[in-house]
Design a binder for this molecule. Structure first.
Ligand code: AMP
Length: 231
């Protein structure tokens, strides 16, 4: 059975940071739809260039485009033992599409980790964020303007979609389109909620414990529960 993990949370909740850690610890590919789109913009891929205007405004790219990107990524051979999805799904329609993909894969349940952080803290974090031009990580902006990416040593640049106004728009869209996912998933034995308003190391420890617990519960719930929605 694969370890198929979805990390949910508002922009700024620390999904990327935690996803990178889990990916390293468990040896699973980290699949960030935001990173895929940003790389696509750099590579001048038409599908990503179409999404760029929406990304710059803090809006969501359309569901069909994103679902096709994820579907294409999940058929690659490195996902055989599982994967960490970061930034997908972001709408209930995307979550339904992911359920269909998971049913087709028959590679074990989806474990969903929701990282919760209070609104004011999210605004504070978003207005301080950068992105690594090399690996796509998005750590908080360091005090030292010369500082390099903590993940790969690449150069850090401020994201064009993280001005205060756009940050607030991204949070509004999160509340409207993405937060309903918590309700969509919360009845499943494979769902768990983590308090993200702590040091990244503390959050990481809880995420790890929660993943093991969710995997055990989902396995115990077995095929019968999967048939009634406990994917
Ligand atoms: P992120 O790095 O995850 O914050 O994503 C950056 C931007 O990419 C988002 O603000 C959206 O415009 C777009 N994007 C990434 N993932 C998705 C998704 N699952 N659905 C729609 N748009 C997305």
């Amino acid at each position: 059975m694969g370890l198929n993990i979805v990390i949910l949370g508002a922009p700024g909740a620390g999904k990327g940071t935690q996803a990178v850690r889990v990916s390293r610890e468990r040896g699973l590919p980290h699949i960030s739809t935001g990173d895929i789109l940003r790389q696509g913009v750099k590579d001048r891929l038409p599908v990503a260039l179409l999404a760029k205007e929406k990304m710059d405004r803090g809006e969501l790219a359309d569901d069909a485009t994103i679902v096709e990107i994820v579907r294409g990524r999940l058929v690659r051979s490195d996902t055989g033992a599982g994967f960490i999805l970061d930034g997908f799904p972001r709408t209930v329609s995307q979550a339904r599409a992911l359920d269909v993909i998971m049913d087709e894969r028959k590679e074990g349940p989806l474990l969903v980790v929701d990282i919760g952080v209070p609104h004011e803290e999210l605004v504070r974090r978003l207005s301080r964020r950068c992105i690594c031009s090399k690996c796509g990580a998005n750590p908080e902006r360091p005090e030292n303007a010369e500082a390099k990416c903590p993940r790969c040593g690449g150069s850090l640049v401020c994201r064009t979609d993280d001005t205060a106004e756009v940050a607030i728009e991204r949070l509004r869209i999160y509340a409207q389109a993405t937060k309903p996912l918590v309700e969509y998933y919360s009845g499943r034995p494979s769902f768990c909620a983590v308090n993200g308003h702590r040091l990244p190391e503390q959050v990481a420890r809880e995420v790890s414990t929660m993943i093991d617990g969710a995997a055990a519960r989902a396995a115990a719930a077995g095929a019968e529960a999967r048939g009634v929605g406990g994917r």
